[in-house]
Design a protein around this ligand. Structure first.
Ligand SMILES: [Zn+2]
Length: 216
């Protein structure tokens, strides 16, 4: 796949934010998306609705948060995006949203266990929860990066969901699947609790995922 131009990357971020809204994974101005760009990142601006978002409104930042002159104010969560991109050379895109079921579990302090084999798209046998820290803080950026170590998704206590991947399309697919798994787990809790897969069954699944599908 040829490397996208900056204009294409900006358009892809706009489409991703609109898709999160259309799929019911996010509402209004919450949630934010970024892509690695050169030595820094492209990230959604603060407080702009998906409908009002344009390619020009996407903010180009250096890893220390310096924006181009005249750019809009970046997402309040830019530290979390920059921190993950700086710490994870394997990651090129970050998707953060307040998807309902993932947020319900994050607010109940319930990590997603091995309720269904597709939980494995998060890179482990369950989806953990990063401890609560205030939105936009350096502490939140740190605890999310620590919780995501070696993984592609985690819940954020009393807040929402975050997914990372080598491409924006993949990060979007992981966020969508983890929200589905959150809904499945939430449903099982309502009818007596899940019948969990074993650690050995999940290890087998993670090995199968390593050779399954398209590698991008
Ligand atoms: Zn948020």
């Amino acid at each position: 796949m040829p490397t996208p131009t900056e204009a294409q990357a900006r358009e892809a971020i706009v489409r991703a934010m609109r898709a999160l809204d259309a799929k019911g994974l996010n509402r209004g101005t919450s949630g934010n998306v970024s892509m690695r760009w050169e030595d820094g990142l492209l990230v959604t601006p603060s407080g702009v609705t998906p409908e009002a978002l344009t390619a020009d409104s996407i903010v180009r930042l250096s890893m220390d948060g310096t924006a181009d002159p005249g750019a809009l104010k970046p997402s309040s969560e830019w530290r979390m995006h920059a921190g993950l991109l700086a710490r994870r050379p394997d990651v090129r895109a970050v998707v953060h949203c307040h998807a309902r079921h993932a947020t319900i579990l994050a607010c109940a302090g319930k990590p997603i266990p091995a309720v269904h084999y597709m939980v494995g798209v998060g890179g482990g046998s369950g989806v953990p929860i990063a401890p609560y820290e205030p939105f936009g803080s350096d502490d939140l950026a740190r605890v999310v990066a620590e919780t995501l170590e070696g993984r592609f998704a985690c819940l954020m206590a009393n807040h929402g969901l975050i997914a990372v991947a080598p491409s924006l399309g993949r990060a979007m697919a992981i966020a969508e699947e983890i929200e589905e798994q959150a809904a499945v787990y939430w449903g099982t809790l309502a009818i007596g609790g899940p019948n969990l897969l074993s650690e050995a069954q999940m290890t087998d699944i993670l090995e199968r995922f390593g050779t399954y599908g398209q590698k991008r």
